[in-house]
Design a protein around this ligand. Structure first.
Ligand code: AMP
Length: 325
């Protein structure tokens, strides 16, 4: 079992990190950035999230792939000790495919094509034992699939979920149902605006809580993240990245590392989520420095996550000054 060394006060029992189940898409992506391009790259919300989470705790991935899915790509999960027993293969179709093009600033992108492939096919139930996994991340996927997965889980301690514009546009009612059933909802600012009708991210965050999630995180790309929680509001800047190559999967890496950090801490309170956001921000910053999931697969990334988390902690620390000056 792997874990990063969380701050001393949070490391009560690091050897007892809880496992995390990550569901979502496993995909092949074609990516166009302002400077580069790549085809048939391993992608998908569950791939990024599970690989990111594997630097923190034991991970089980739940998804479906098609006849075209390469054995070598399954090996990439196994190499990170990710349990693939719930990564089903359906040879009657192809793996989920996504093609996206980034704009000049990398902050915005267009989806050029989405082919659901076998992702739209019926699934077998989770393998025995998976349903008691205490921490669950419903990474970006069709809300019906997220609900089906959630219905199989037995009293999970924490369920976090992410979504995307396609599902807001095509299945809003089910997505609202997902949000009403979970502890932590994670979306980017444009999707939060689309979902709530509020263009201001603070108003949108509060509106998401009124949808029934216990807490919500609104991601603002290079401008960091906002946490909305019954105990208060928290803002964290992004890690100052200079070598941006492909921002695909930034949100999924963030969500995977966030849920996994909570599984390490085995806490879900306001302070724990703030700390998890620090590790998640550090992990996402590494993910976008390489195409596909490449950076998340390297063993050396664990130490880099630790170093970046420490840097971010220091960068956001305010000196205490006299109250009057
Ligand atoms: P992100 O950049 O964090 O939004 O994640 C991008 C990844 O999500 C890509 O690897 C895609 O394969 C995958 N993806 C794209 N569209 C969808 C969708 N509608 N549902 C689930 N996953 C998707």
């Amino acid at each position: 079992m792997r874990h990063v060394s969380l701050p001393v006060s949070l490391r009560a029992n690091p050897s007892e990190s809880a496992p995390l189940l990550v569901s979502g898409t496993v995909a092949y992506d074609d990516i166009l950035t302002p400077t580069d391009s790549g085809e048939h790259l391993l992608g998908g919300s569950a791939s990024y999230a599970a690989l990111a989470a594997s630097h923190f705790t034991t991970v089980r991935i739940a998804s479906i792939v098609g006849a075209d899915f390469a054995a070598a790509d399954r090996e990439r999960f196994l190499a990170r000790e990710i349990d693939t027993a719930a990564l089903q293969t359906d040879t009657s179709g192809d793996t989920f495919f996504w093609r996206g093009r980034y704009h000049d600033n990398f902050n915005t992108r267009d989806t050029l094509e989405t082919r659901l492939g076998v992702n739209a096919h019926p699934r077998a139930p989770l393998p025995a034992g998976h349903e008691t996994t205490p921490y669950v991340l419903l990474a970006n996927d069709a809300p019906a699939i997220q609900l089906d997965l959630l219905a199989q889980m037995r009293s999970p301690r924490l369920v976090a979920a992410d979504s995307m514009n396609l599902w807001i546009e095509t299945d809003l009612a089910r997505l609202r149902h997902v949000i009403s059933k979970i502890h932590l909802f994670i979306v980017n600012d444009s999707e939060a605006a689309q979902l709530t009708g509020e263009r201001n991210p603070v108003r949108a965050g509060h509106a998401l809580l009124s949808f029934g999630a216990r807490a919500a995180i609104v991601k603002k790309g290079e401008h960091g993240t906002l946490l909305f929680h019954p105990d208060g509001l928290f803002a964290l800047p992004a890690f100052p990245v200079t070598e941006l190559r492909d921002s695909t999967g930034a949100g999924d890496s963030f969500a995977g590392a966030l849920a996994a950090s909570l599984a390490v801490m085995q806490r879900e309170d306001f302070d724990a989520i703030k700390t998890a956001m620090l590790y998640a921000t550090a992990t996402a910053s590494l993910s976008i420095e390489a195409f596909s999931c490449n950076k998340l697969e390297a063993a050396s990334t664990t130490a880099e996550i630790e170093a970046r988390s420490a840097f971010l902690r220091e960068m956001t620390r305010l000196p205490s000054v006299r109250s009057s000056f």
